[in-house]
Design a protein around this ligand. Structure first.
Ligand SMILES: Cc1cc2nc3c(=O)[nH]c(=O)nc-3n(C[C@H](O)[C@H](O)[C@H](O)COP(=O)(O)OP(=O)(O)OC[C@H]3O[C@@H](n4cnc5c(N)ncnc54)[C@H](O)[C@@H]3O)c2cc1C
Length: 354
């Protein structure tokens, strides 16, 4: 990859650039392959999968057609397998900051790493860019990735470890219950005595081997380059307690923000982009799908994003090439059967590329 003096990448124009590699963006990228249009996915996260990979990879999903039950992380793996067979360009850990239409009708997407050019754009940015809510101990961020995690992408990592879970919502309680199956010790601290999590999960928590400490907060993290212990503080008695732990998992959740998207001249209602039945925004050539869109009757589900993605891609195809048919035909009639292609399993490990 080369850049010019302004730090702008070599101008490689793709037909469709998809902002966001969550389920809706991934399925849209697959459909680009079905319609023989070149495509690029840009995501601010280091991995594909959006909310499923970041917020709940170990949870089961029950309402995706064709899967009576599937773990979120596995659904992402299946989507990647389906999508990557068409070899889309993938740019990870890269946030799209600006989108403008140039005089030559190409869209210019500026990111924190460079510039991309595209004939059409599909915004699949979900609830926006995620950032983890900070842990209460001021020095906890010094241990990010060194024993402090903000979500669980693999339970195995915690096998035989002493884990502290922080929080009182669904994520914290679910994490504690999941970790109990592999960790040698799980302690959950919550600053109140009332949990926001599902009653049934809280009941399970108190029946489990998790050591639940209420009115307790994480005050300080200790360790030489890695988490080794924590100081906990009891908000009622003001007592301090030292607890040896190997890992801390924050269940405090993430905040998400649409951020710069609101400045791109799109028609926005609340935190959502208004789209037509073609999934087109008020800017011709810019489409949007998934959690980020609104229209009368919109429901925010993976299944609805999966429906919106082909609508957006097929309409974008006719925007790029007005002679093209809107209808893609049936995938089962194709000579080149999509499922027969082989995806490169390491594809999304490449990080950012133009
Ligand atoms: C705990 C939990 C459980 C859920 N369970 C279910 C369920 O059982 N069934 C169901 O149907 N739905 C469920 N959902 C909702 C479901 O996860 C969402 O509907 C789905 O993830 C939306 O997909 P998406 O592709 O639109 O957006 P997302 O998954 O949010 O992905 C959007 C992506 O865009 C990226 N992005 C955003 N802005 C930018 C930018 N400016 N530049 C670059 N990248 C950007 C983000 O990093 C993210 O990766 C659940 C949600 C949660 C939190």
């Amino acid at each position: 990859m080369s850049t010019n003096q302004e730090g702008v990448r070599d101008e490689l124009v793709v037909d469709i650039t998809i902002i966001g590699g969550g389920p809706a963006g991934l399925f849209a990228a697959f459909y680009c392959g079905m319609r023989d249009v070149s495509c690029k996915i840009i995501d601010s996260l280091p991995e594909l999968g959006g909310q499923l990979k970041t917020l709940y990879p170990e949870k089961y999903i029950y309402d995706v057609a064709g899967f009576p039950k599937i773990r979120a992380g596995e659904l992402v793996d299946r989507l990647k397998e389906q999508t990557l067979q068409y070899d889309p360009k993938i740019c990870l850990s890269e946030q799209v900051r600006n989108l403008v239409r140039r005089d030559d009708s190409l869209f210019e997407l500026s990111t924190d790493k460079g510039t991309h050019l595209s004939k059409a754009v599909i915004i699949a940015a979900g609830i926006g860019v995620f950032s983890p809510r900070p842990l209460p101990a001021p020095n906890a961020k010094d241990y990010d990735g060194m024993g402090v995690d903000y979500y669980i992408d693999s339970l195995e990592k915690f096998r035989d470890q002493r884990v502290l879970v922080v929080g009182g919502g669904d994520s914290a309680v679910d994490y504690a219950l999941m970790l109990e199956t592999v960790a040698s010790q799980v302690t959950l601290v919550h600053r109140r005595d009332r949990f926001r999590a599902h009653e049934e999960s809280v009941k399970q928590l108190y029946e489990s081997g998790v050591d639940v400490k209420t009115f307790v907060e994480l005050a300080e993290v200790h360790g030489d380059g890695r988490v080794e212990a924590v100081t906990l503080t009891n908000s009622k008695t003001k007592e301090l307690e030292q607890l040896p732990v190997d890992c801390i998992v924050s269940g405090l959740g993430f905040s998400a923000s649409l951020g710069p998207i609101k400045e791109w001249g799109l028609e926005i209602e609340g935190n959502e982009i208004v789209v037509s039945t073609r999934m087109e925004t008020n800017i011709p050539g810019v489409y949007a799908v998934g959690d980020i869109v609104t229209y009368p009757g919109k429901v925010k589900l993976i299944a609805t994003g999966f429906g919106e993605a082909p609508t957006a891609v097929n309409n974008a195809k006719t925007y790029i090439d007005p002679q093209a048919k809107l209808s893609p035909g049936h995938s089962s009639d194709r000579k080149d059967k999509p499922g027969d292609r082989k995806a490169d399993p390491d594809k999304d490990l490449v990080g950012s590329m133009s």
